[in-house]
Design a protein around this ligand. Sequence first.
Ligand code: F6P
Length: 341
Amino acid sequence: MKRLGVLTGGGDCPGLNPVIRAVVRKAYQEGYEVIGFKNGWKGIIEGDVMPLDLRSVSGILPKGGTILGTSRTNPYKQEGAVQKVKDNFKKFGLEALIAIGGEDTLGVANRLVKEGLKAVGVPKTIDNDLSDTDYTFGFDTAINIVMECIDRLHTTAESHNRIMVVEVMGRHAGWIAMYAGIAGGADVILIPEIPIKIDEVCAIIKKRHDHGKNFSIVAVAEGAKLDDGEVLQTEKLDDFGHCRLGGIGQHLGELIEKKTGFETRVTVLGHIQRGGSPTAFDRVLGSRFGIKAVELVKQGKFGYMVSLQGNKIVEVPIEKAVGTLKTVDKEFYDMAKTFFG
Ligand code: F6P
């Protein structure tokens, strides 16, 4: 029986297990068996595998996270690791590898394909910042979690006459802040793509309060920039060169309180946004992606990534998707500004 390998890399997100389940279900129908590599690229470097049969994926559809585990390991950052990936690909008798991940994981897959490895990609990230796909799974779940949190913050903000700052994920792209902010009725939204002056934020809030409102909700992406640049939590970099962001919410909250005189509280949602059960949208998208990935293997379309375009699942070169991030454009931001204040 021909054999497929599958791995999940980068930050986890709801919808990974539906992809794994779909890959396994479709693969067995097509006459492949499947093994999973544990903890992203680390698993294929170290030969750490688990068999994935129909029984092992039964019941995982509603489960958040990934049954395979994940890591931010980059084989190109470890001496000899790329060769180990190639050796283990052969040793485990793989026909192809299905790499499920974001820009970093798929970037590695793309480099390996160029070096002759047979791999296809499945795009994943709650940030929704991968190019060449309308949506990545995980995003819908994340924005629904954030929207619910903003709804909850509204009632307590109103009771206490407070400004509530809510910090959400989004390193380089403000999609979560934009979508959840619009859906939750945030009064100001700050994103990495479009810096805003603190005085402008305070003016929006003050104007709203002059018009009779006694509370405001401010949604801020962790990578958002004020006039004084972004706030970093740590300078330690991961294997892909990313530092851990965080702290902009607290910084912003203190400035708003100081400049407006309104009592302000800050909520950092953090990994709550990545946990728990995927929404129906993410379960369906993940399932469709998983099936298409196996079809790409069958057709020998290595170096391609599955993608949602309109309501169709298509394939695009991984190269194209990982080249530049999909960020919020000014037109979208300006639309959201209609609801500021
Ligand atoms: O890339 C997805 C993401 O959730 C980002 O929004 C966030 O900055 C980062 O991962 C957090 O990573 P970690 O899980 O390593 O803290």
